[in-house]
Design a protein around this ligand. Structure first.
Ligand code: ASP
Length: 319
């Protein structure tokens, strides 16, 4: 599909990519979310030869990402996607929760144009900053992905293009910190050229647009608990007493649960709390139901299963 729209809108949200340190040799002792998206764009090598528009939506270290920012971001993305002159969107984001924001936007918007998240493992002041190159690659993908059949929410880091469902941060410090697990990446950006690697993905799930309109304070509270050696049901009981309406459990092995946490989850479910069973392993889909009577969270990681369950429990609200 040839895309005649050419404008790329770049939305800034903070992160290490916008971080600064006192010295250009310091890649660790920096403060995230200091530079504006306009300042970051000024560092991109050679531009991308397409018109670019920038907007600051938030300025946070993404470890502190909130539902309120998610909603504001989704509304700005939806606004820009509706403009005929826009080919795609880039979102500059911290790497810590990038995979969660990607999955949220995919499930709320199911965009038909590319929405490309990127970030950096080194601050903007680093002598070897990776942000400028990542931003450039992301802009290129936002401009050209539709023409090779790539749409929806993507993540581009270190020259690799990942889908929103699979992308995950797999290493705390390396430049190639992201992967797509067993599924593998969708494409690569090599010296300014987008190369498509994967077979076309099946069509996206219909979007859950309620999250665009429902007041954030009314979003259903869903938390994550982990099954581990020596686990008890205490955390589950405390969360239920505190008003949680949904729980995702990160299970061991092939969807197994410590018997104490399993008993507490079954009790919570009987009391009306929605429970989904995900896996604390990185790869492989659970091949058997986790526990008698608990639903499986398909192949989603615990943090993405939390988003899916929260959206599933969201009151429909007015469009
Ligand atoms: N803590 C930073 C953030 O997520 C890490 C990063 O961006 O790489 O905003």
């Amino acid at each position: 599909m040839q895309n005649s729209a050419s404008l790329v809108v770049v939305l800034g949200t903070g992160g290490t990519i916008a971080g600064t340190a006192a010295s250009s040799s310091d890649d660790r002792g920096y403060t995230a979310a200091q530079l504006s998206i306009a300042q970051l764009l000024a560092t991109v090598p050679d531009g991308v030869g397409v018109p670019v528009e920038a907007e600051q939506v938030a300025q946070v270290d993404s470890k502190d990402m909130s539902h309120a920012i998610w909603q504001a971001l989704a509304l700005r993305v939806a606004h820009h996607l509706a403009r005929t002159e826009v080919a795609g969107i880039v979102i500059s984001h911290g790497t810590d929760t990038l995979e969660e924001t990607a999955y949220f936007l995919q499930r709320v918007l199911a965009p038909v144009k590319p929405v490309v998240l990127t970030g950096a493992m080194r601050p903007a002041t680093s002598a070897q900053a990776d942000g400028p190159r990542n931003l450039r690659d992301a802009m290129l993908v936002a401009r050209h992905a539709s023409s090779v059949g790539l749409t929806g929410v993507l993540a581009v880091l270190n020259g690799v293009v990942h889908g929103a469902q699979q992308v995950r941060k797999a290493h705390p410090t390396r430049l190639d910190a992201f992967d797509s697990g067993e599924a593998g990446p969708l494409a690569a950006v090599d010296n300014g050229v987008l190369r498509y690697l994967a077979a076309p993905a099946p069509g996206p799930l219909p979007p859950v647009t309620a999250a665009l309109h429902c007041a954030v304070a009314d979003w259903p509270r869903v938390d994550i608990v982990v099954s581990h050696a020596g686990a008890s049901g205490a955390v589950v009981r405390a969360l239920c007493a505190d008003g949680v309406v949904g729980l995702v459990v990160a299970a061991t092995g092939n969807g197994t649960l410590h018997h104490e946490i399993e008993a507490a989850l079954l009790t919570a479910q009987a009391q009306g709390v929605a429970v989904r069973c995900s896996s604390r392993r990185g790869d492989g889909r659970v091949a058997q139901p986790a526990a008698k009577g608990l639903l499986e969270a398909s192949d989603l990681s615990p943090v993405k299963a939390r988003i899916e369950l929260m959206l599933g429990l969201m009151p429909p609200g007015a469009p």
